[in-house]
Design a protein around this ligand. Structure first.
Ligand SMILES: Cc1ncc(COP(=O)(O)O)c(C=O)c1O
Length: 395
């Protein structure tokens, strides 16, 4: 009889133990009902009324059962059509509906990562990408997206990290947490890098419709097939609680694998909800544009006021609904600064919740009213002034 394998203590998988809790939730859990929120990445709007009504109607009409693994075909067809300008020739076979962008990202890691593989992930970046690689026995290799380069990765940084076991690069533009976007030339350089090393591109484009000053630049192009584009309706239709997203890829084999495996993850998505989202795509297609008008005004106030605070510098983001200012208060760490601001009644996330390169930064989501933004910024200004003074006194 083979010897029993050594027991781990406690009795859980090394992979699950290796993954830490998310730093975003840590701050959230410390907030009270009175705390002003710049913490959560979700629109402060409700989904389009037509979608809510259609969801209710679909349930009344009896769409309360399991449905196909890959999702409701007319919805998949509509999604494929919505990307035709980026990549002609797509149809429903290139789309798998998932129960969120999070689920879609997990699917991508699931079909690409074997034990020993590594995945290039942005730093600062949305904190799921690395743990998803870990779940499948891989590792993350964080590539820095520096303030000095407007949070756009440099090709030499990527070249220094890639090796024969690198399977994929995750890219996220517009970015959470920085709001950064890419030019077409920058996107093409990243595609050329992926081509040189035969990498998959997992492109998280959940903020594609939350974009301000120039059109969205997608990694979905006629030029590169090894792209898995992840999307979601959480942000663009203000339905973070519904949990619906999708993977879209021109790569037929990748899509077949994802559709097969989706059964083992959630079996299928919610039937009534998919019908409601289709109604929203057909009848409320300008909904993101309406939200963007409000977000743009808030962004402008955030950036102007933050840049007027001593020790703070903030790029003007071109997409998403976050600012990621650099905050230099007498050498204090961003976690201490975020805790001091929280004690004064405003929640924002320390940059380190998004990776090592987030040191010295805070993330503020402008997903609250203009009045709250003004009040919250008053508090932050006073907290930073007090911290600066107390540090100066100690020195
Ligand atoms: C960059 C990015 N990708 C994916 C997601 C996941 O979105 P959801 O799971 O709600 O679809 C988020 C949510 O904050 C995000 O910011």
């Amino acid at each position: 009889m083979p010897a029993p394998s050594p027991r781990r203590s406690p009795d859980f998988s090394a992979r699950s133990l290796a993954i830490g809790p998310t730093g975003i939730r840590k701050m959230f859990d410390l907030a009270t009902a009175e705390t002003l929120q710049f913490g959560l990445g979700e629109p402060d709007f409700q989904p389009p009324a037509v979608a809510v009504e259609a969801f209710h109607k679909a349930m009344v009409d009896g769409y309360n059962k399991y449905t196909t693994q890959a999702g409701y075909p007319p919805l998949r067809e509509a999604i494929a059509a919505s990307w035709a300008a980026y990549r002609p020739g797509l149809d429903s076979s290139h789309v798998c509906i998932t129960m969120s962008g999070t689920n879609a990202l997990l699917d991508c890691a699931m079909i690409l990562v074997d034990p020993g593989d590594n995945v290039l992930v942005p730093d600062p970046g949305f904190p799921l990408y690395g743990p998803h690689a870990t779940i499948f026995g891989g590792t993350e290799r964080a590539y820095a997206c520096d303030f000095a380069h407007e949070f756009v990765p440099q090709i030499e940084t990527l070249e220094a990290l890639v090796d024969a076991r690198t399977r994929a690069i995750v890219v996220n533009f517009p970015s959470n947490p920085t709001g950064a976007t890419l030019t077409v030339a920058q996107r093409d350089e990243l595609i050329a890098f992926a081509r040189r090393h035969d990498l998959w591109i997992i492109s998280d484009e959940v903020y594609d419709r939350i974009i301000y000053d120039r059109p969205h630049v997608s990694f979905l192009t006629p030029d590169y097939d090894k792209v898995l584009m992840v999307n979601s309706f959480s942000k663009t239709l203000a339905m973070t609680g519904w949990r619906i997203g999708y993977v879209l890829s021109p790569h037929a084999e990748a899509m077949q694998l994802i559709m097969k495996l989706q059964y083992y993850v959630t079996a299928c998505s919610n039937d009534a909800m998919q019908r409601a989202v289709l109604v929203a795509l057909e009848h409320a297609s300008d909904y993101p544009t309406q939200m963007v008008a409000a977000f743009r005004a808030r962004r402008d106030v955030m950036v102007r006021r933050l840049n007027a605070m001593p020790g703070v510098s903030c790029h003007k983001p071109e997409g998403a609904f976050y600012v990621f200012p650099k905050v230099d208060v007498g050498g204090l760490g961003c976690e201490d600064i975020a805790m001091a601001i929280l004690a004064d009644g405003v929640l924002c996330s320390p940059g380190t919740a998004f990776g090592f390169a987030g040191h010295g930064h805070l993330r503020l989501a402008y997903t609250t009213s203009m009045a709250n933004i003004e009040r919250g910024l008053d508090v932050i200004e006073a907290t930073l002034a007090r911290l600066t003074e107390s540090v100066a006194t100690v020195i």
